[in-house]
Ligand binder design. Structure first.
Ligand SMILES: NC(=O)c1ccc[n+]([C@@H]2O[C@H](COP(=O)([O-])OP(=O)(O)OC[C@H]3O[C@@H](n4cnc5c(N)ncnc54)[C@H](OP(=O)(O)O)[C@@H]3O)[C@@H](O)[C@H]2O)c1
Length: 282
């Protein structure tokens, strides 16, 4: 595999951390976009100690703050000519309705909107690198329907799980739209479900959600196991370009819901995302 420049979000914990470690072992140059720089620097030391790969760089990026995302993208554009792999992995579920710094519903902001702005801001580098873009989605998308796009801010009817399900549906829509819109420049894009993985995921939940997470822990796979589809899509030397736009599980294409295959809904998401990030796209 030729030398690859790879950007990973959410690498400071769980699936993202195992993805970063494995890709460092495969000699990728890694740019870790983190909201907590101390955690990022600690991870960088761990990666260098474990892999001897010294091409590891930490950049501050809070995906729930569009200005921070734009600054991270600008920093990358100042340092790099091309990006070969972008792993949009950061995300999670929130205990209650909260707003991002920009006033967007937090789950939508941190799982989708921040990644939309990051990806679109990095597009010139991604095109030069004929990049693979990987969106970490979830089987939770099965609980979302496209009509939730009528109210991405959850002005009405918020629940933690509904907001998370919509955000993970958006990850699938976004991958499919990227695959379609940028195929001619050699870009491929994928969404994936990592499995039910024992990570920090859900640690913010209280009440019944917390109890359910604790009960499920013994049946969960490890973060290393949960990172395998990420590692496959990011690290495999050759992938059939016909698989671009697909949803993966356990390293193989899988069928998402019918709702996830709704073309007008994903075009609508694109429009909504452009509108909400318009002030930052230049
Ligand atoms: N675990 C599962 O069973 C499961 C199943 C399906 C899908 N997923 C998806 O897998 C992905 C990784 O989750 P995980 O299970 O590895 O959970 P995790 O251990 O909680 O890791 C989440 C990562 O996202 C980062 N993050 C969260 N909000 C951020 C923000 N606003 N800006 C920048 N970084 C942010 C966290 O940073 P900090 O270290 O600073 O907190 C952390 O590095 C998520 O997209 C999740 O939805 C997980």
């Amino acid at each position: 595999m030729p030398f690859r420049t790879t950007v990973v979000t959410g690498a400071t914990s769980g699936i993202g951390k195992e993805t970063a470690l494995a890709l460092a072992k495969k000699d990728h140059a890694l740019y870790l976009l983190v909201r907590n720089v101390d955690k990022g620097e600690q991870l960088k030391r761990e990666i260098i100690a474990q892999t001897n790969n010294r091409s590891v760089f930490v950049i501050h990026c809070d995906l729930a703050d569009l200005q921070s995302v734009q600054q991270a993208a600008d920093e990358l554009k100042g340092k790099l000519m091309a990006v070969n792999v972008l792993v949009n992995n950061a995300g999670g579920i929130n205990a209650s309705k909260q707003l991002s710094k920009d006033g967007n519903e937090l789950t939508f902001a941190m799982n989708h909107l921040g990644h939309f702005l990051l990806t679109m801001s990095l597009m010139p580098l991604l095109q030069k690198g004929q990049a693979r873009i990987i969106n970490v989605s979830s089987e939770a998308h099965r609980m979302a329907s496209p009509h939730l796009l009528n109210d991405v801010q959850f002005k009405q009817g918020y629940s933690s799980f509904k907001a998370y399900a919509l955000a993970k549906l958006c990850n699938i829509y976004f991958a499919k739209s990227l695959a379609e819109r940028y195929a001619s420049s050699g870009i491929t894009a994928y969404a994936l479900h990592p499995g039910v993985v024992n990570t920090g995921f859900g640690s913010q939940l209280g009440g019944l959600g917390k109890v359910l997470m604790l009960l499920a822990k013994p049946f969960m796979i490890t973060a290393r196991e949960g990172a395998q589809t990420n590692i496959y899509l990011a690290g495999e030397a050759k992938l059939n370009p016909k698989l671009s736009g697909q949803y993966f599980k356990k390293g193989k294409p899988a069928k998402p819901t019918l709702a996830a295959q709704n073309t007008s809904a994903r075009n609508r998401l694109w429009q909504i995302s452009e509108q909400l990030t318009n002030n930052f796209l230049h």
